[in-house]
Structures are given as structure tokens and as C-alpha cells.
Design a protein around this ligand. Structure first.
Ligand code: ATP
Length: 195
């Protein structure tokens, strides 16, 4: 089974592209979603409490918004959180891959596939791109966010130029190219590689 990583900057359309792969029959592992489920584990909650304190808790549950506010404004705090979560996600992902080993290929969608080093576990990397202004407008609309909020989230990501250095495939989702044919072409290539 070929392990394919799918990434791109905020608003590039990763989830949209992942959905197309899913319709084509490829299992998709959503790393961001899966990593959040560990935040309800009692051992993880204890570790988070020890490092970040009660301010990121609401009663006995981690307040994700409060935690996000802390880590997104402090690189070293983000690293500390990642040190807890990344090994768990990696283990969970590899177990998931094993469960899906009968498939030709699977997709892992992750916002920080490159930044986290997770790309090293992938056979191929797909990067979804779109001009910054289009990405900004999409997210402002999707999340009812201000331009400032979106731009602050963008600041912490690699630029598209950097992401593309790691890409075996690039999908242009800037609105000028049709997306489905681009996905189909990659789908066929991946099937050929395995064949
Ligand atoms: P995030 O990193 O925030 O999860 P993402 O890269 O997964 O973002 P999506 O959620 O897939 O991006 O897309 C962002 C928004 O833009 C969504 O509301 C989606 O419906 C819309 N969108 C994606 N691709 C296109 C497109 N080609 N044309 C118009 N709207 C699009």
C-alpha cells in the first residue's frame, strides 16, 4: 500500500481534495481530526495540565480554544504540545495503515505534514495550492473570521514555495484549473505505480 500525504496551506482546499480522493475509493486519515481525539485521554490531559496548567482547562476537559490560543502565540509551547501528540498520532496512523494495507494507496490529510516532519513517513506528498488572497477570502467566509485572524494563522505555516519543495504532485486549486481532472490524474498514476 502506498502512503500518500496531502497538505497545503490554510484555505488551499486540502479537505476538498481529500473528499474527492475519498469518492474515488481511497481511505483518508484526517491527522488534525485524529490528533484532537487524544485530548480527551486522561493520561494526556494530565500531561497537558502539568505543562500548561489549569488555564487551558474548562472543568476537567481541555478547552481547545484556550490551548490553541496559548500554542499559536508561542512556538516553544507549540513544540511542547507536539512532543506529546505527534508520537501518538504517528502510532495511530501506522496502525490505521496496517488496517488498510489491502488498498492500493491511502491518503493522510494534514495541515502541517511538512512542518511536523510527518512527510518522512510518506511515499508521496501532494501539495494543494491557491493564491494567498483567494485562500484568505475562503477562510474568512468559511470561518466567519477577520482578515487579521486568518493572516495570523497563515504566518505560522511554511510558504507554498517551501511546501512545493517536498511535493511529488501539486494540485492547483486557485480557481483557474479544474480540480477533479488533476486528482484523477494522480489517482491513475498512483494506481500505475502499484501495478
Ligand atoms: P484548512 O487548512 O483550514 O483545513 P483546507 O485547506 O482544508 O483548509 P478547505 O476546507 O478544503 O481548505 O477549503 C476552504 C474553503 O474554501 C471551504 O469553504 C471550501 O468549500 C472552499 N473551497 C475549496 N476549494 C474551492 C474552490 N476550488 N472553489 C471555491 N471554493 C473552494
Amino acid at each position: 500500500m502506498i502512503r500518500v500525504g496531502l497538505t497545503g496551506n490554510i484555505g488551499s482546499g486540502k479537505s476538498t481534495v481529500a473528499q474527492i480522493f475519498s469518492v474515488l475509493g481511497a481511505p483518508v486519515y484526517h491527522a488534525d481530526y485524529e490528533s484532537k481525539k487524544f485530548l480527551t485521554d486522561s493520561q494526556i490531559k494530565d500531561e497537558v495540565r502539568n505543562i500548561f496548567g489549569e488555564c487551558v482547562f474548562d472543568n476537567d476537559e481541555i478547552d481547545r480554544k484556550a490551548l490553541a490560543d496559548v500554542v499559536f502565540n508561542d512556538e516553544s509551547r507549540l513544540k511542547q504540545l507536539n512532543r506529546i501528540l505527534h508520537p501518538l498520532v504517528k502510532e495511530d496512523y501506522l496502525r490505521w495503515c496496517d488496517e488498510h494495507r489491502q488498498y492500493t494507496y491511502t491518503i493522510q490529510e494534514a495541515a502541517i505534514l511538512i512542518e511536523s516532519g510527518f512527510y518522512r513517513w510518506m511515499d508521496y506528498v501532494i501539495v494543494v495550492t491557491a493564491p494567498r488572497e483567494i485562500r484568505t477570502k475562503r477562510i474568512m467566509q468559511r470561518d466567519s473570521a477577520t482578515r487579521k485572524q486568518v493572516e495570523s494563522r497563515m504566518q505560522r505555516q511554511f510558504t507554498e514555495k517551501e511546501l512545493k519543495k517536498y511535493a511529488h504532485f501539486v494540485i492547483d486549486n486557485g480557481g483557474k484549473e479544474l480540480v477533479i481532472p488533476q486528482v484523477l490524474e494522480i489517482h491513475r498514476k498512483l494506481a500505475d505505480i502499484n501495478g
